[in-house]
Design a protein. Sequence first.
Length: 227
Amino acid sequence: MADTIAIGDPLITVKVRRTRNAKRLTLRVPSIGGEPVLTAPLHVREHLLTDFLEERTDWLQQAMERIPQPRGIRDGMVLPVDGQDMRVALTRRRGIRVEGQCLELPQSRPGPAALGWLKTVARDRIITLADHYARRVGRPHTGLTLRDPRSRWGSCSSDGRLMLSWRLILAPPAVCDYVVAHEAAHLIEMNHGQDFWRLTEELCPDWRSHRDWLRTNGSELHQWRFD
């Protein structure tokens, strides 16, 4: 059975995922980039998958065109960091230097260098926020991990461990604050009931506007590539 199907002109590679739980064919285009995914029941024949995709080729091409294109690190570009527009300058220097709102990166490896620096800035900022909001709810967290998840911006485990996306450092500071406050509220309320949202509003009165910002602009945070 094929793992992928190429369709359209120019060709679009669609990943095929077969699952026993699927009752019908469904086609999804990830909003943060990557291959489209066709989910199918286990025993649907491949020619039916191809027919299904061919009927939706125009829709698929339009959907792919709407996906924000990846942004790599290059000389002169602007990188949003914690509410500041940092101008990137590539130099022959091996290390990283910050001069005001100029971020100097080694031209030999600008992406990995920027990524390491961003994660350091994100960790300092998010740890400070996590400690602050944990004190406000009156329950300490038991640890903090920064990751790069695709489907969520943060989580809180039942034993009080927080996970936050380091990409939040690329969002407006108030949005980052909201996500950390949201997860800190889960230290008390491990659900999304009325008591949880009431506590979230105490911690972050404007949470709705920040949640809406993420829903509208969150995919742009995943555009950035640091290869």
